[in-house]
Design a binder for this molecule. Structure first.
Ligand SMILES: [Zn+2]
Ligand SMILES: [Zn+2]
Length: 155
């Protein structure tokens, strides 16, 4: 038996080992710390290591590549669930019957357009569509029946 001084608590303790740095109490404490750190690391790895690995979608059964650690369904199913949750009946009707064009207008212009539409008792959509028809009509008058670029391509 040798006498050592614990590096952690400074207590003297006996051990049969040639080298001992920590008393039994502190050794147990360190062991607990290590396994806590190990578990935390393992948990973290499980989360991140999954990314990029393939998995089977819980919904459609297809194989997919995980984009996130906690992902359980494929991208398609994820999007379709999202869509279903967000889409109101009106939106479904609109997406069946209309295409959407995103138009940027100058700051403040949106309010002016809204106000104009209200004054003429039409919806903003009707007003804009009317404007598009007018613009196309104007362009055709100005450029002829086809835009000049298309003409160049065809010849
Ligand atoms: Zn100790
Ligand atoms: Zn799926």
């Amino acid at each position: 038996m040798k006498i050592f001084t614990c590096k952690m608590c400074g207590k003297e303790f006996e051990s049969e080992a040639n080298h001992a740095y920590y008393c039994t109490d502190c050794r147990a404490e360190r062991q607990r710390d290590r396994s806590r750190a190990y578990n935390a690391k393992k948990k973290n790895n499980e989360k991140t290591n999954n990314i990029g690995s393939s998995a089977i979608c819980e919904k459609c059964g297809k194989e997919y590549v995980r984009a996130g650690g906690n992902q359980r369904v494929c991208e398609n199913c994820r999007l379709s669930v999202r869509k279903k949750n967000n889409q109101k009946p009106h939106d479904e009707y609109v997406s069946r019957n209309y295409d959407v064009i995103k138009v940027y207008v100058k700051k403040g212009e949106r309010d002016r357009i809204k106000q104009m539409a209200a004054e003429f008792n039409v919806s903003v959509n009707e007003l804009v569509n009317y404007g598009i028809d007018l613009a196309i009509h104007e362009f055709i008058e100005y450029y002829g029946t086809k835009p000049s670029k298309t003409d160049e391509k065809e010849t």
